[in-house]
Write a protein that binds this ligand. Structure first.
Ligand code: E4P
Length: 218
């Protein structure tokens, strides 16, 4: 499973990219708004220069022509740009056209395996089930990921599944076990995945023992 960072924050992306563990970034209108006013194109191009992998940017139009116009414009910014499109009838129609034009898409706000199947049939590059939001609503978000992966693989559909709305490290493990191609993870959760109290205690003990006999690192 690959890991994308779910943020529009440049510093978080720089810090995560330095660790060599992320291969893409997903943003959404709320994440971009959190960073305050500013030129979206500049931000997206800066992100692309840091990760040099897929960078999802959401189209905010809701009608077919509007989505197509936005998606074509966004995709011209960089070959790394993947246009996020909500799964609606208009979103699917636009995706079918964009797929023929070679514009990469990430079908977002996916809450069922049926929606994931439709996204794949329309030619989506990625589809993103929102695990945390399903869990919040009393459903089993990871089951949607598992069902959708099974369907995509059974029918050898090339669409990649991104487990999204990841809220804690256990979601990441479950997504990997369910066969998600990608999990898009907030920076805070990524750091929770890195850190373990026994690692810190272990380092402390090793260094204390070392200092008893050695004056400095070799
Ligand atoms: C995915 O692409 C979305 O940006 C994101 O995962 C949504 O997560 P949230 O439910 O925590 O807002």
């Amino acid at each position: 499973m690959r890991i994308f960072l779910d943020t529009a924050n440049i510093q978080e992306i720089r810090d995560a990219a330095r660790m060599g563990v992320i291969s893409g970034v997903t943003t959404n209108p709320s994440l971009v708004a959190k960073e305050g006013k500013g030129d979206l194109r500049d931000r997206v191009l800066e992100i692309c220069s840091i990760v040099q992998g897929p960078v999802s940017v959401e189209a905010v139009s809701l009608d077919v022509e509007g989505i197509l116009e936005e998606a074509r414009r966004l995709s011209r910014w960089s070959p790394h740009v993947v246009v996020k499109v909500p799964i609606t009838p208009a979103g699917l129609e636009a995706t079918a056209t964009l797929s023929k034009e070679g514009v990469k898409t990430n079908l977002t706000l996916c809450f069922s395996a049926n929606q994931a199947l439709l996204a794949a049939l329309a030619g989506a590059t990625y589809v993103s089930p929102f695990v945390g939001r399903l869990d919040d609503a009393g459903h089993d978000g990871m089951q949607v990921v598992a069902d959708a992966v099974e369907i995509l693989e059974y029918y050898e559909l090339p669409t990649q599944l991104i487990a999204a709305s990841i809220r804690h490290p256990l979601h990441s493990i479950a997504a990997a076990k369910a066969g998600a191609h990608v999990a898009t993870i907030p920076y805070k959760v990524l750091m929770q995945m890195v850190q373990h109290p026994l690692t810190d205690v272990g380092i402390e003990r090793f260094l204390a023992d070392w200092k008893k006999v050695m004056p400095a690192p070799v």
